[in-house]
Ligand binder design. Structure first.
Ligand code: GLY
Ligand code: MN
Ligand code: MN
Length: 518
């Protein structure tokens, strides 16, 4: 049928499609791999795969201690924490699955094959055998004798390769494991009034509860708050994430001087970083920001399609996520040609000073907001000195907060499995809370002078600088886990000129962290 203005339907439902044939023949059914002969043939002659026996994960005892801590908040309730379901990329293609942070934290797991799994920590139930038990419900791999083996693109081993068996999960985590098919059955024994769940992650969990009840949000918040202080395993993983990220930054510094005038040069940097991320870790912990010249004035520039020019500053904000899902979040701003201009240097040193002064405030007993306030003090002072803002009224006290025009983001955030970790924690424990030993957060002041800003002298226009480090708080003071990547202007210049190379000494950093924590 040819569409004309006369027969064009006014809604799609007007269409009827003519089928080529009414009935499907036996052979056609076979061609669709639906014949019983084909199914029988496919179920035979697969050798038993040899499997290595699974051993406990390094995170096993830590995850168990985390569940115990959580249990201390809720002695009678049943707690449900889903891993989540795959997210559609398009049609039948999914994004690489990443389990929900609360699930990863409480199980120590963190792989794509945990899609659809649910952790249930039973409290008081109508079924005595379940009381006080933690059970992980998970989809077992489809057996080669079932059609799903070659039909399910999500869980069939013909599609996705060998998958762990249920007893592997038990060996790794120490948690009792059950086939996911028992999940709604077991939880049917619950008194809904005594269930708390992480909601909005898996529809089959949301269906069991009244998701609107605020108690579920409170529950998710408690898990977020538990993560504010890291255990030694988490610190080790964050430290490793920083070391791996440092190696990637080293490779970028070697590449950068070769990119003068290269169209989409930013993508070369992104590619170099992401290559390291996929080979040294699980991948990037967030979208890499690779920004040359004026693109560095856009806070989250992730298009990364700009040309790199001689004389540009290059801002790279990137982090490697380890297999455990803990990520680094580090920024360096580097002159492409190996030399800061006078104005670039002025801006760079102001940001470095803000970072260094803020770092000194990152000590036990201080308020978390002291770190930010100190950075703002330095930034405002320098902007006044350059006559970009007025000193009267005091910018820090004024309602306009004029200095924030040039740094409209916070000075940092907690870091962990999520790059913006513990995001649900109450202000009283986070932004307005006290700094405690074992916290890990970023310090990341910046200055951004947009090209189109009429309030900025020409010499500053198009300059964007951010310096971001990942900080571990110890009783003896803060440690910069990312401090092996050059920070001072002189070191950054020498680094990009190839005069110094960073090969992060993992052991040195490990020793410092262990000493501080012992
Ligand atoms: N890379 C995102 C951030 O620094 O918060
Ligand atoms: Mn950050
Ligand atoms: Mn960052």
């Amino acid at each position: 049928m040819e569409l004309t203005t006369n027969n064009y339907p006014n809604y799609f439902g007007d269409f009827t499609f003519e089928h080529c044939s009414e009935s499907v023949s036996e052979v056609q059914r076979a061609r669709l791999m639906n014949s019983s002969e084909f199914q029988k043939y496919m179920s035979l002659n697969w050798e038993n795969q040899k499997r290595e026996s699974a051993t406990p994960l390094e995170s096993k005892d830590y995850a168990s201690a985390r569940r115990e801590k959580l249990r201390n908040f809720y002695d009678k309730e049943t707690l449900i924490v889903p891993a989540g379901v795959p997210k559609v990329w398009s049609n039948d293609m999914d994004y690489l699955f990443r389990p929900h942070t609360a699930f990863a934290y409480l199980t120590g797991l963190g792989k794509d094959y945990e899609a659809d799994a649910v952790l249930v920590m039973y409290g008081d139930t109508n079924e005595k055998a379940l009381n006080g038990k933690d059970i992980l419900y998970i989809q077992p791999p489809y057996d080669s004798r079932t059609p799903e083996f070659y039909k399910s693109a999500q869980h069939g081993e013909f599609w996705i390769g060998p998958r762990p068996k249920l007893d592997d999960f038990h060996a790794w985590t120490g948690i009792t494991i059950k086939d996911i098919k028992h999940f709604p059955v077991d939880t049917g024994l619950l008194d809904k009034a005594k269930v708390l769940a992480v909601t909005g992650v898996d529809a089959k969990v949301d269906k069991l509860i009244d998701v609107k009840q605020p108690k579920h949000q409170d529950f998710a918040r408690t898990i977020s708050e538990l993560r504010l202080v890291k255990d030694p395993y988490e610190i080790q993983e964050l430290q490793q994430a920083c070391t791996s990220t440092a190696l990637a930054f080293r490779n970028v510094a070697r590449l950068l001087p070769t990119l003068n005038g290269v169209a989409k040069g930013e993508r070369f940097v992104e590619g170099e970083f992401n290559y390291a991320a996929r080979t040294l870790g699980n991948g990037v912990g967030y979208s890499t920001i690779a920004a040359a010249g004026k693109n560095a004035t856009y806070l989250h520039w992730v298009q990364n399609n700009g040309t790199v020019h001689d004389g540009d500053l290059f801002l790279l904000d990137a982090g490697i996520e380890m297999d455990s899902l803990y990520t680094a979040d580090i920024t360096r701003t580097i002159p492409v040609n190996g030399k800061f201009s006078a104005t670039q240097l002025k801006v760079y040193n102001a940001v470095l000073e803000a970072a260094d002064e803020a770092f000194k405030e990152a000590k036990v007993g201080n308020n978390y907001s002291d770190v930010h306030d100190k950075a703002m003090e330095v930034i405002a002072k320098r902007l006044v000195e350059w006559q970009i803002i007025d000193s009267d009224p005091n910018p820090l006290e004024s309602k306009t907060q004029p200095h924030r025009r040039f740094m409209p983001h916070g000075t940092g955030h907690h870091l962990g499995i999520d790059v913006h970790d513990c995001a649900l924690a109450r202000d009283s424990l986070y932004t307005d809370g006290c700094i405690r030993a074992g916290m890990v957060f970023t310090i990341e002041p910046g200055l951004y002078f947009r090209e189109d800003d009429e309030l900025v002298p020409d010499e500053f226009k198009g300059i964007g600088v951010r310096i971001e480090d990942d900080i571990l708080v110890t009783e003896d003071g803060p440690i910069r886990l990312s401090g092996m990547i050059p920070r001072t202007a002189t070191d950054v210049e020498a680094w990009v000129q190839g005069k110094i190379s960073i090969v992060p000494d993992e052991n040195e950093l490990k020793d410092a962290v262990n000493k501080a924590l012992s």
